[in-house]
Write a protein that binds this ligand. Structure first.
Ligand code: C2E
Ligand code: MG
Ligand code: MG
Ligand code: MG
Length: 312
């Protein structure tokens, strides 16, 4: 390739790159149609109170059932949704679906189940000011403040008669920093509605607890990469312990992500972590399986080690 690059400059793309570019375009076109064709589904992963094993709520995780491709994981298509701006439509659909699901679980007598939703920074930055609000506020000489995202969220809660504290929004450190100024005011208004706010994947970015002071944060979710080696790597153990202690002194709850073993579970319990989420307790499951799980007896999940010591 490099040999011929001087003469055949048009061969900037290798055939392999062309195929990937075509695949990317195919994927984008398919994504544009996916919402209308109802190819998106949400799976729900339980979170568990470490002190008593009770299910405290769920995290909604997006899946794309792409025809002839099977189930596509979010990391394979969310970047494309963000780049194309489709994330605002899909994100609104996610919040609507979650609110409908919360209402459905209530109607089925399962109870009021809190659910957290992942929100990408682009969802905020791409979200446009609602034109109706702009017109109405301009007529009254008021600064337009509400974004489409806030209106959609508020409407989804209202139409399903959902208590706003059952909805939690998960944002990553990097998306908080991307548009920090804009984000602070959006989060403050969402918080004022009663919505819970959490920082996802904590520890992978700047990991500053100053976020807690700057943004109205209720929950910190410690990233799976720390939990993975929590019982074998003393630095990860120390960092996790410090995060838990500092978060608690700031009145912020701590959730550990990606708990896979009894050892990790026990370590976190010993350090006073509030909640855990991970394959050890349950993988993300379709809504109907979550309903069955919650309907069957009590709300305690029996831990199942996903990596039994035998087998490996
Ligand atoms: P996340 O929010 O940090 O979600 C946790 C991820 O860890 C999920 O991957 C979950 O399936 C996985 N996980 C849970 N427990 C374990 C465990 O014990 N071990 C291991 N190895 N993994 C575990 P998933 O569902 O593939 O989602 C990946 C990421 O995609 C999410 O990370 C989130 O950032 C993003 N995402 C998912 N759904 C949405 C959505 O609706 N909107 C947006 N904007 N992003 C989403
Ligand atoms: Mg998350
Ligand atoms: Mg996470
Ligand atoms: Mg993660």
């Amino acid at each position: 390739q490099s040999k011929t690059a001087g003469r055949d400059t048009y061969r900037f793309f290798t055939p392999e790159m062309n195929i990937r570019a075509i695949e990317k375009l195919d994927q984008e076109n398919a994504l544009r149609k996916a919402l209308d064709r109802e190819e998106f589904v949400l799976h729900y992963q339980p979170k568990v109170d470490l002190s008593n094993g009770w299910v405290t709520g769920m995290e909604a995780l997006l899946r794309w059932k792409r025809p002839e491709h099977g189930v596509v994981e979010p990391l394979e298509f969310i970047p494309a949704l963000e780049q194309t701006g489709l994330i605002t439509r899909v994100g609104a659909w996610v919040i609507e679906s979650v609110c409908r699901q919360i209402a459905e679980w209530r109607h089925a007598g399962i109870g009021e189940i809190p659910v957290s939703v992942n929100v990408s920074g682009r969802q905020f930055s791409r979200s446009t000011l609602n034109q109706d609000v702009i017109r109405a506020t301009q007529a009254n000489g008021i600064q337009p403040a509400l974004l489409e995202f806030e209106l959609q969220t508020e409407r989804a809660l209202r139409e399903n008669s959902i208590d706003s504290d059952l909805l939690e929004l998960e944002l990553t450190e990097s998306s908080l920093m991307m548009h920090a100024k804009k984000t602070v005011s959006i989060l403050q208004r969402l918080k004022a509605l009663g919505i819970q706010i959490s920082i996802d994947d904590f520890g992978t970015g700047y990991s500053s607890l100053a976020y807690v002071k700057r943004f109205p944060i209720d929950v910190l979710k410690i990233d799976r990469s720390f939990i993975q080696e929590i019982t074998t790597n003393s630095a990860d153990a120390a960092i996790t312990t410090a995060i838990i202690d500092m978060a608690h002194s700031l009145h912020v709850r701590v959730v550990a992500e990606g708990v896979e073993t009894a050892e990790q579970f026990d370590f976190l319990k010993g350090r006073g972590c509030d909640e855990v989420q991970g394959f050890y307790l349950s993988p993300p499951l379709p809504a109907n399986e979550i309903s069955q799980l919650l309907l069957s007896g009590n709300r305690r999940l029996k831990p199942t080690p996903c990596r039994p010591n035998t087998g490996e």
